[in-house]
Write a protein that binds this ligand. Structure first.
Ligand code: PEP
Length: 251
């Protein structure tokens, strides 16, 4: 089964509209020769600016979060309809920073996934363990629990549209990357879990990314693993040169 590699850049709370334009002016001309699927996820305030600049290019646009309702009294939130109108193609859901600092739970993650799919946005669903959980030896149990709860009441045809990102929390922004074989172990287990919850047909289609201090120096090794279909990149996606070096790992 061949799955198209996906490299997504999560800019977090970085890049004003001007900085977004500067990044894209430098990155887009180089990106034309890339064969992987590329997504950039700027902050909400830069989505519109990025969308205009990305029109007619191969690079897709994603948001970093959304509410599951279409509208209503949810001060400070952004809805799937608003993202679709930009237009965004992707939305990151359940990033560990949202779980840790903004009270995101497995239940809200599940609501958001179902809403994103209903609105034709591809969810990039983040899962991953803390350092304490890894040291306790409960990584697989914990992450498989997150996957199962994320997929509650999601039909097989919809599950196929989801992208998962395995992001060990101890590797995010720390410079510590999981070894390619550790990442493969968890990502392979996620694929087996999807097969157990649905069937092989679904498990073969779902793309699963690795995230956590991905850089030009380690992307090749990660992508050589059977079940790793791409990367969710934080820090190294902020500079056009390093993001391009990651996106061109197979050239
Ligand atoms: C992330 O925030 O999704 C991430 C993986 O960050 P970094 O690449 O900086 O570790």
């Amino acid at each position: 089964m061949s799955r198209i590699p996906l490299i997504a850049g999560n800019w977090k709370m970085n890049n004003t509209r001007k900085e977004t334009l500067d990044f894209l002016s430098s990155f887009l001309p180089k990106a034309e020769n890339l064969s992987v699927e590329i997504v950039i996820c700027p902050p909400f305030t830069s989505l519109n600016t990025a969308a205009e600049k990305l029109e007619g290019t191969k690079v897709k646009l994603g948001a970093q979060n959304m509410h599951w309702e279409e509208n209503g009294a949810f001060t400070g939130e952004v809805s799937p309809l608003m993202l679709k109108e930009i237009p965004c193609d992707y939305v990151i859901i359940g990033h560990s920073e949202r779980r840790q600092y903004f009270a995101e739970t497995d239940e809200t993650v599940n609501n958001k996934i179902k809403s994103a799919i209903e609105h034709n946005l591809t969810p990039i669903v983040c899962v991953g363990e803390t350092l304490a959980q890894r040291e306790e030896g409960i990584t697989l149990d914990f992450v498989m629990g997150q996957v199962e709860k994320a997929l509650k009441d999601v039909a097989a045809e919809d599950a196929k549209k989801i992208v998962f990102a395995y992001e060990p929390i101890w590797a995010i922004g720390t410079g510590k990357t999981a070894s390619a074989s550790d990442a493969q172990e968890v990502i392979g287990a996620i694929r087996n879990k999807i097969e157990e919850l649905y069937d092989k047909d679904v498990a073969d289609v779902v793309r699963i990314l690795y995230g956590g201090s991905v850089k030009p120096e380690n992307i090749k090794e990660l992508m050589a693993e059977d079940d790793i279909d791409g990367a969710l990149v934080g820090g190294a996606s902020l500079k056009p040169d390093s993001f391009y070096a990651i996106c061109s790992f197979n050239i």
